[in-house]
Ligand binder design. Structure first.
Ligand SMILES: [Zn+2]
Length: 480
């Protein structure tokens, strides 16, 4: 049986993978298969893609649309921030955060073991390794041993000592994460599936933009990490049948300017709250989710119209009308991009992007600073949607470029297929058999791209996508 090591380089755009800056990843591409049609799950936020990876599915099944969400079953007053450890654990007592089974549950039922080392917020590893502490799986959160499963924390702390600083730009964190896996967790737990999630180059890109020196150093460091993973793989992993997969979860668009959505909403005079949910008011998540606290369709329509009048507002989605358009004039259906779910915002909006290689876009100002030099993601520009997917090892074709459309949600179905484990019905992703060494029938091999348009007066938006049997893959989206 194969084993898998998956390395995620957060925010790495495929066009960054060039020999002069990423020689190791370029070498791995030659040794394995590259899925050139790999796309992020929309909305192109990290935690959405983490959960989409873990469940092999879309927000339609798992119910996570942003890094935070509003669910009156958990709290009618405020958003739940799934990056925070206390929030994840507090919420779990009231209602499940994920409404689809995750990788760990499926592996445990088949007697397999999962190990994770995670760089990023302390709540997120508890979603990637959902309920894993009760299933015999292990994880290290690089935010602190106290956010890790007990056995892994003791083993790594005993062998390697304190963790590097948890916050800020810190390239040592990812190196430590890899060594924790190769030197401690792999020999001790012999996982069937292992995941290392590096928070770079994402963090540096947010801070320094696509071309800044800090970002370039982070991309180079990400490639060094791939080189170190390949060294371990050649020395140890390959003997044990480990296959190596390198992914990114989303891309980045250069930040052109910032918009303070909270202030704009406040100044509009609309009955919308931005922090807490007050009766009679809608509540907005500035990143692009608007939830009605009380069912009031007239209010929702007023807000949608106001958003459409704002030049910074990009594509918008509301409840399904006919499979393409949403119930609100000029919006697309949430079902079209697989984000319809009882917990979905009533209205999902993005900020505007320009076409062009940088995908220049308007970033939501959340008061965290960052200036205009950084880059951003969460929207529908192709530069945010295109992702890296490279798979190498005896089970995958060598030196092969696959044009099959795929994404984050196809990885777990692919691994389960290779391990001979049946997939739960909620997994809308499908195995990428096109890249298997022994070939295989590829489901949804070549759906053509189509462009759809909807409008409401001067507001006109477009979406280019490919229709697959169980979800659509978005190529790009924009407004006029
Ligand atoms: Zn990010």
């Amino acid at each position: 049986m194969p084993r898998f090591l998956i390395l995620v380089l957060d925010g790495l755009r495929p066009d960054f993978v060039r020999p002069e800056i990423m020689p190791n990843l370029c070498a791995l591409k030659k040794r394995g298969s590259v899925v050139t049609g790999s796309r992020a799950q929309f909305p192109t936020h990290t935690r959405v893609n983490k959960v989409s990876f873990a469940t092999g599915s879309t927000p339609h099944h798992h119910g996570v649309h942003f890094n935070k969400f509003y669910d009156p079953r958990i709290s009618s007053e405020r958003f739940i921030d799934i990056g925070l450890f206390e929030e994840v654990h507090g919420a779990e007592h009231r209602a499940p955060i994920l409404t689809a089974p995750a990788l760990g549950e499926v592996l445990a039922a088949a007697g397999k073991r999962f190990v994770l080392v995670h760089c990023g917020m302390p709540g997120a590893p508890w979603l990637l390794n959902y309920r894993g502490d009760r299933l015999g799986h292990q994880h290290i959160s690089m935010s602190g041993y106290q956010f890790s499963t007990a056995e892994a924390a003791i083993a790594v702390e005993t062998a390697m000592g304190p963790l590097p600083a948890a916050g800020g730009i810190n390239l040592e964190r990812s190196r430590f994460a890899l060594r924790a896996f190769t030197d401690v967790l792999y020999p001790r737990f012999a996982p069937d599936v292992a995941l290392i999630w590096s928070d770079e180059p994402d963090k540096s890109l947010h801070d320094d933009g696509l071309f800044g020196p800090k970002s370039q150093a982070a991309i180079k460091a990400a490639d060094d990490l791939v080189g170190n993973a390949m060294e371990w793989w050649e020395r140890t992993g390959q003997k044990d049948g480990v296959e190596l997969i390198v992914l990114s979860d989303h891309g980045h668009a250069q930040r052109a300017r910032q918009i303070d959505v909270k202030s704009a909403i406040r100044d509009s005079g609309l009955p919308v709250a931005t922090d807490s949910a007050e009766p009679g008011r809608a509540v907005i998540l500035p990143f692009g989710g608007l939830y009605l606290r009380d069912r009031n369709p007239a209010l929702l329509e007023r807000i949608a119209l106001w958003l459409q009048e704002q030049e910074w507002c990009g594509p918008m989605f509301s409840d399904d009308l006919d499979g393409i358009t949403g119930v609100l004039p000029g919006t697309f259906s949430k079902a079209l991009v697989s984000i319809d779910h009882p917990r979905a915002p009533d209205l999902v909006f993005t900020t505007q992007r320009e076409d062009g290689p940088e995908g220049k876009g308007i970033c939501v100002d959340t008061g965290g600073g960052g200036g205009v030099w950084g880059s951003t993601h969460g929207g529908l520009h192709w530069s945010e949607l295109r992702t890296v997917m490279v798979a190498a090892g005896p089970g995958f074709r060598e030196g092969y470029e696959s044009g099959v459309p795929g994404g984050m949600i196809d990885i777990v179905p692919t691994l389960l297929d290779r391990l001979g484990i049946q997939r739960p019905g909620s997994m809308a992703g499908r195995p990428l058999r096109d890249i298997y060494g022994d070939g295989g029938d590829q489901e949804d091999a070549a759906p053509a791209a189509e462009t759809l348009s909807v409008s409401n007066g001067a507001y006109r938006q477009h979406l280019t996508l490919r229709r697959l049997a169980r979800r659509n893959i978005v190529e790009t989206g924009w407004r006029e």
